[in-house]
Design a protein around this ligand. Structure first.
Ligand code: HEC
Ligand code: HEC
Length: 395
């Protein structure tokens, strides 16, 4: 009881000091939960938290600081410090690893063994060291996933399916070499819905996505991911036997439906970065060399206004170098959602696994459907390349 009072006192304090617009009570509570440093459940059963038993970080904010893109550093030996980069595990159909589940949780509560360490090799690819539970299944592949910025997701959620689907051309019937397609996934009611969130557009709505983040990244059960042991598999017996924080006060879960809804309200109201003038010459060049065929500068909203995200929210084959072999619903191991470019001015690492440290590198690594556009960029004069990069770095 004392503990729960403490939590609500904490939430209230966070609310009073929050810089959110007055009146957005749910959003302020959501921000407090987003920033909250969760702790593992103690052995006594009457616990409010239940981080883990295996987890990647203690708060949403540690991977999405200020709701932004993950920040981490890499030293010369490829040692990664800081949060915001995780390893996704799965086979070509997206099926999870029988021992490790669908994400490598690098940390554990007291008495638990973390699943391994993620390192960057000199060739830019990632490597997992110090596996805690033996080998991965032979069919399992792993791939890095950088935590994206959450600013503007509320607007992306409002785009009508038809305004995205109009650009899908799975058979490339217009023969422009670009065959973007939609990634349909099951929504919370089990209906097919257009995936538009995540690096492979494997999520259709922010509630299901938040529920999955709570479970996979933090090990917190909630109405849509009810296992209090998170991503621990049956093979991880110590984890399954560990205490958890499911509590009657939270509907027999670690995070109640109200708390889930507060977090969703908070992230849905994170505004996109302020728009800069589009600079017609730079935009014309961006369009002229084919970038805008995937990175659509703006998409209209049904209720008026535009989403200037620079994406078509479709998935594209980006060639063998960016492929990680992991399927995600209908996306193959080579397909990725066109990354929105708004807010790119704040990024210091690019692409789904953060392998690029400059915009130029990010473009040079485009392959597959984007190869002709990449080559058109590389064939620009040095001056024109710099102009385009300069413009991009301000989006
Ligand atoms: C350990 C780091 C980590 C933590 C902690 C974390 N995330 Fe994420 N988040 C990621 C990564 C990595 C992705 C990209 C996943 C993908 O696309 O496969 C992501 C993606 C997302 C997205 C989709 C963004 C987009 O552009 O489509 C949302 C929304 C999100 N996270 C919300 C949350 C919330 C809410 C929490 C806390 C409950 C949270 N995250 C905690 C790493 C993290
Ligand atoms: C065929 C579609 C397509 C075309 C054409 C294309 N891109 Fe991309 N772009 C993508 C996809 C998909 C990603 C995400 C790839 C990944 O993360 O592995 C991406 C990622 C990026 C990124 C990194 C974004 C981030 O969040 O890290 C930048 C920058 C970028 N593209 C710029 C460009 C520019 C400039 C051009 C034109 C020269 C271009 N792209 C052409 C599909 C395309």
């Amino acid at each position: 009881m004392r503990r729960s009072l403490l939590i609500w006192a904490f939430l209230w304090l966070a609310l009073m000091t929050s810089d959110l617009a007055a009146g957005s009570l749910d959003g302020a509570l959501g921000k407090a939960l987003f920033d909250r440093q969760w702790v593992p459940a103690p052995a006594s059963t009457d616990a409010a938290d239940g981080l883990g038993p295996l987890f990647n970080a203690r708060s949403c904010a540690s991977c999405h600081p200020g709701g932004g893109r993950g920040r981490f550093t890499e030293d010369r030996n490829g040692q990664i410090t800081g949060n915001g980069l995780v390893a996704r595990l799965g086979d070509s159909a997206g099926t999870e690893d029988p021992t490790y589940g669908s994400q490598l949780q690098t940390s554990g509560a007291a008495g638990q063994t973390g699943e391994g360490r993620l390192l960057r090799r000199a060739d830019g690819n990632l490597e997992i060291k110090d596996f805690g539970y033996g080998k991965l299944h032979p069919a399992t592949r792993f791939g890095g996933r950088l935590a994206p910025s959450l600013h503007g997701l509320g607007l992306i959620a409002l785009i009508a399916d038809a305004d995205i689907l109009q650009w899908a051309d799975p058979e490339d019937s217009n023969r422009d070499g670009i065959s973007g397609r939609a990634n349909f996934v099951a929504d919370t009611q089990g209906n097919q819905a257009l995936g538009r969130f995540g690096w492979k557009a494997g999520h259709a709505d922010l509630t299901a996505l938040t529920a999955s983040a709570l479970s996979l990244d933090l090990g917190l059960s909630n109405p849509l991911a009810q296992d209090p042991h998170g991503d621990c598999t049956a093979a991880q017996t110590a984890c399954r036997a560990a205490p958890h924080g499911a509590s009657q006060r939270f509907q027999g879960l670690e995070v109640s439906s109200d708390m889930l809804a507060f977090i969703v309200t908070y992230i849905s109201t994170l505004q996109p970065p302020p728009r800069r003038p589009l600079e017609p010459p730079a935009l014309a060049r961006f369009t002229g060399i084919g970038c805008a065929q995937c990175h659509r500068p703006q998409i209209p909203l049904p209720a008026g206004g535009q989403v200037a995200a620079f994406s078509d929210f479709l998935i594209h084959d980006m060639g063998p170098h960016l492929a990680d072999g992991i399927g995600d619903h209908q996306a193959t191991g080579r397909e990725w959602r066109t990354a929105p470019l708004w807010g790119i001015r704040e990024a210091s690492r690019f692409l789904h696994d953060g392998r690029a440290t400059t915009l130029r590198q990010a473009i040079a690594l485009h392959g597959g459907e984007a190869a002709p556009s990449r080559d058109a960029f590389l064939n620009l004069s040095a001056e024109n390349q710099d102009q385009l990069l300069n413009w991009l770095s301000q989006l």
